[in-house]
Design a protein around this ligand. Sequence first.
Ligand code: CTP
Length: 401
Amino acid sequence: MLTGKHILLIISGGIAAYKSLDLIRRLRERGATVTPVLTTAAEQFVTPLAVSALAGQKCYRDLFDLTDEAEMGHIQLSRVSDLIVVAPATANLMAQMVHGLAGDLAGTLLLATDTPVMIAPAMNVRMWEHPATQRNLEQLRADGVFVVGPASGDMACGEYGPGRMSEPLEIVAAIEGALSGGPLAGRHIVVTSGPTHEPIDPVRYIANRSSGAQGSAIARALISLGAKVTFVTGPADAPRPHGAHVIEVQTAQEMHDAVISALPADAGIFAAAVADWRMAEANTRKLKKSKDGLPVLAFAENPDILRHVSGLGENRPGLVVGFAAETDDVIANATAKRERKGCDWILANDVSPATGIMGGTENAVVLIDATGAETWPRMSKDEVAQRLAQRIADALGAAQS
Ligand code: CTP
């Protein structure tokens, strides 16, 4: 809930501005007060009348409006809210923020404010991927701005890819997370996810099956409880979790190195399906079919990231959680795996084809710790993630008190 919270909502000029009308409704439903600000360009997409009617508030538009200044000056306007949300945030407004340009009301408010700022970018995929926008994004993150989205999908301009503004409910969840603090506020958690790809030659690789769905869901659940998440992912299909610091890797060795450099952390959650082996010698040239027979591949063992991190001394996260994908004797195998890997908890699941878990939306897990095994009912991967995130929050909270 957002009862008693005050959001200053800056709507900038993009087609996604129409979704901001719904965002206003959703925020008000949860008890928030919304003060809207429209840029000049935004007025091409939504009208001040619609915005103001939905917000039940005056809609601010002009930097040099004497009436507004008499009622509430722009400096005061920039300070009264608990959070400033820019949705949609266009490429132009992001660039304006990076450079501290105060040529209009939105820019001035964003420069004069001392309250936290969240942006929900929305733009054409090429604009989003342009190095200038990516540089600006990095700078805004470094300046402490919360970033929600963008999502991937079909765009109003007819192209496909990242750049769509996140859905209003997703923005609301991020706002709730940012304002509540949450039980994991101030905690840093490293999550591994997805498969790793171990090159055989420049065109072939070895990999495990993994969509990355469970890892992404866990990261999202941890973020919604206020954690700062470093998300180290192999080449997975699942959307990357909004609000995480995402590190993309290909191989187990790269995943290992990224995890080690992300430490220290309060917890490490190892949901990746890491390939156990790589080629002993990388082939820099494509292997060719030969009449002399089949190629013989020599393997080398990859670092076991979970076991390595579990065995770290001072730098070991307070809580280390591994996963065990088993096809038989789930509890016995996973209990032995917990001992072998030296982690605190193992979340085990039965991935034999009949369960339909691999690549599906549901999961049925058993949580194994030093005291025994707890079987969870079959539920969605999001629910597994939420339950696990809450357990982690409880464990870290208990360890502190
Ligand atoms: N894991 C890891 N690094 C590896 C291999 C596995 O961090 N090189 C982690 C996985 O992310 C998971 C856990 O270890 O949390 C279990 O992985 P799994 O491959 O099932 O375990 P293995 O030790 O390989 O056991 P086995 O193949 O015998 O089932």
